[in-house]
Design a protein around this ligand. Structure first.
Ligand SMILES: [Zn+2]
Length: 376
């Protein structure tokens, strides 16, 4: 019987960047294959990256990209951030200290066939973000909300089984994020709207999630920390509802399976790429144009635009006790108006006291939840 040849591994720009990360600091960046998919005789590994503490109960920032392959900008923002972390770890003692007690876990390219072939779906025509066993509570928009009519139409949900890429994502999040006492996730997409949106669950319903207190506290923290930020924070269902959202599925699973004191809060950064089309309407005629910054100056701007947000998520996960409602400690010193005394107490807080600092009562409602689109 002839020996079956192993399929050759696909090599392309994004996979080369993951390989480079693995090679540069193998002791710090733990890069591994979560799964492998084969497409037209070529093998495509789905990579996972783990940086920092090996203790999975530690605060965790999960960063994801390339679920929709044509939205390559998401993968590029993730890789740019990871490369920046690699560079900083060579000289930044504060970051090293942070990562001794915190974890960054990442899948830069959940759908490598899609990234390679520049398609939204995976190699089998399935839209991974419609593939989870989750039904919308009311009829979502026709086709866009997910369907099982044909794999030749966009937004196809696939069968009731999870696709290999969806399974890899779910398993990775369960293994690397569910054990954490506080895990924040960010999955980067593009192709909707004029503004950059930060979506929290649900996509399946307009009902609020059970962790709205945490969502609002995090949105306020973002407003106070970066008052001029560009993000509109809203439930995904404010824009549209869908069947099969993987983050809905993972959020509900985490809520059902874990301790109430543990936090798992997944966000989607939806980069508002319609503004690029407004500046250059001819982009609509190219396959990648509506989803990715095509000119060098716009690409550079997009890569640096979100680094602050990613760093904020890492620090918010690390310091979750400082901002989570009902999970924040303060002693006598931190009740004073002196911010430095507050900072000193953050690492040794009792979990059940009031939020840190006397200024808490003066916080304004989060402007991100109300700012009209026309302002940006
Ligand atoms: Zn997308």
């Amino acid at each position: 019987m002839p020996k079956r040849k192993n399929p050759e591994r696909a090599r392309f720009a994004e996979s080369d960047r993951v390989d480079a990360l693995a090679a540069v600091m193998p002791d710090v960046f733990r890069v591994f294959e979560c799964a492998q998919v084969t497409h037209r005789g070529t093998s495509f590994p789905i990579f996972g990256v783990v940086i920092g503490s090996e203790d999975r109960t530690r605060p965790t920032f999960g960063l994801f990209g390339g679920v929709h392959g044509v939205e390559r900008v998401g993968t590029h923002v993730v890789l740019t951030f990871l490369e920046s972390v690699a560079a900083r770890l060579r000289w930044d003692k504060d970051l090293r200290r942070t990562l001794r007690k915190t974890r960054i876990v990442s899948m830069p390219m959940v759908n490598p066939v899609g990234v390679y072939a520049r398609t939204r779906s995976n190699g089998r025509g399935v839209d991974l973000m419609r593939n989870a066993p989750v039904e919308a509570e009311r009829s979502p928009p026709w086709l866009v909300g997910g369907h099982r009519i044909s794999r030749h139409l966009p937004w196809y949900r696939g069968s009731v089984e999870l696709e290999a890429e969806s399974r890899a994502l779910v398993d990775f999040v369960r293994t690397e994020m569910f054990p954490s006492r506080a895990a924040l996730g960010l999955d980067i997409h593009s192709g909707f709207g004029m503004r950059d949106r930060l979506w929290y669950p649900y996509a399946k319903t307009r009902r609020p999630i059970s962790r709205m207190d945490d969502v609002l506290a995090l949105a306020r923290l973002l407003d106070r920390t970066h008052p001029h930020h560009v993000y509109l924070v809203e439930a995904q269902s404010e824009s549209y509802t869908t069947h099969g959202d993987l983050w809905d599925y993972l959020f509900d699973s985490a809520e059902a399976e874990r301790e109430p004191s543990q936090l798992f809060l997944p966000f989607t950064l939806e980069i508002g790429s319609w503004r690029w089309i407004k500046k250059d309407p001819t982009r609509i005629f190219s396959r990648s144009g509506p989803f990715n910054p095509m000119t060098p100056h716009r690409y550079d701007r997009t890569m640096r635009r979100h680094l602050l947000l990613l760093d904020f998520f890492l620090r918010a996960a690390r310091n979750h006790r400082a901002w989570r409602p009902g999970n924040v400690g303060v002693d006598q010193a931190s009740r004073s108006a002196d911010p430095s005394s507050c900072i000193e107490t953050l690492d040794s807080v009792d979990h059940r006291s009031a939020p840190c600092g006397a200024a808490e009562a003066q916080w304004a409602p989060p402007t991100t939840l109300a700012r009209p689109e026309s302002e940006i």
